[in-house]
Design a protein around this ligand. Structure first.
Ligand SMILES: NC(=O)c1ccc[n+]([C@@H]2O[C@H](COP(=O)([O-])OP(=O)(O)OC[C@H]3O[C@@H](n4cnc5c(N)ncnc54)[C@H](O)[C@@H]3O)[C@@H](O)[C@H]2O)c1
Length: 311
């Protein structure tokens, strides 16, 4: 891999991937429409001679075609990312995540790209009660966002058959520096940190015993790189990117209060409709086939996150 395209490269996960690729000597193109991404996310590398940032929409075949010149590997991360947002505006979600993914895959096929690695989500498992969640379970989409990720995986699988190797990665709850706390639907870790920093009580919806599989963003970057380098027979499938550790929201907060001992205790509110009780992934398949294993513990990841984002 000499040159990679990262769609959504100005976003939370994408910007960490861009830094990781540049640090490994890979030239990077970013294609992003800056709808949720920010130029500031790339501030540390913005003057790097091997980084080219293109403003454009993944649904624009010409823009994608231009971004693909000389590219061997595509990391397709750009997406409509909000689950509740997708319930409010399903058509935009489907247009970006399904048609946009089709445009990227087709342009990659025409450009003779060697591999496409695409971001899917643990949301495809829906409310399966069997834990840990493993890849053999049938998808159970509960929102247009989840359905669009299932469709993206299916398209990618078809393109593998059509001669363009693809690998889909189902990210669980990713956390780390640069995650936005400023949307009403932002991820728990970013919202909790923001509230505690301001000396405000975090809100727990439900009893706090619901579990999540929190995976640090540097581990997600490792998974993306592992998927790009995995043997040819890894293609055409989806893999969990998770730790396999069930962490309750109360565990998460207990870890965070070590940094904010004076912050007020959490408020409890009724569970939100559609909230999933348990979501823990099985990391076995990714370990066997991609040779990926998450290495960063929650305590280490939170420390790195808090250090990287000074108050
Ligand atoms: N953060 C998580 O916990 C998590 C979990 C599961 C899956 N994912 C997936 O990982 C990927 C990255 O998510 P993130 O958390 O970094 O979100 P993010 O919002 O920070 O990144 C998404 C990026 O895509 C860009 N984008 C959106 N629509 C676009 C379009 N039409 N054309 C071009 N660019 C567009 C945005 O500007 C942004 O930079 C997404 O595919 C998301 O669905 C994330």
């Amino acid at each position: 891999m000499r040159t990679a395209l990262v769609t959504g490269g100005a976003g939370f996960i994408g910007s960490h991937l861009v830094e990781g690729l540049l640090a490994r000597g890979v030239a990077v193109r970013v294609l992003d429409d800056f709808s949720t991404g920010r130029r500031d996310n790339l501030i540390a590398v913005q003057r790097h001679p091997d980084l080219h940032i293109l403003r454009g929409d993944i649904r624009d075949a010409q823009a994608v075609g231009r971004a693909l010149e000389g590219v061997q590997v595509v990391f397709h991360l750009a997406a409509f990312v909000s689950v509740p947002g997708s319930i409010e505006d399903p058509l935009t979600c489907v247009d970006i995540n399904e048609r946009g993914t089709a445009v990227v895959l087709e342009a990659a096929r025409q450009a003779g790209v060697q591999r496409v690695v695409l971001a899917s989500s643990a949301a495809v498992y829906g409310d399966h009660t069997q834990q840990p969640l493993h890849e053999a379970l049938p998808p159970r989409a509960l929102s247009p966002y989840a359905a669009s990720k299932v469709a993206g995986e299916a398209l990618a699988q078809a393109y593998t058959r059509m001669g363009l190797p693809t690998v889909a990665l189902r990210f669980f709850n990713v956390y780390g520096p640069r995650q936005r706390p400023d949307s009403p639907y932002a991820a728990a870790v970013a919202v909790f940190v923001e509230r505690l920093r301001r000396g405000q009580a975090p809100t727990i919806y439900g009893d706090g015993h619901q579990t999540r599989d929190f995976v640090f963003v540097a581990d997600v970057v490792d998974a993306l790189l592992a998927a790009a380098h995995a043997p040819a027979d890894a293609a055409g499938r989806a893999y969990n990117v998770c730790t396999g550790q069930a962490v309750t929201l109360l565990d998460l907060l207990a870890e965070l209060y070590r940094y904010f001992p004076k912050a007020p205790l959490p408020d409890f509110a009724p569970p939100r409709p559609g909230d999933i009780r348990h979501s823990v992934g099985d990391p076995t398949l990714a370990a066997q086939v991609l040779r990926f294993r998450a290495r960063v513990s929650l305590a280490q990841g939170l420390r790195r996150m808090l250090r990287a984002t000074p108050a």
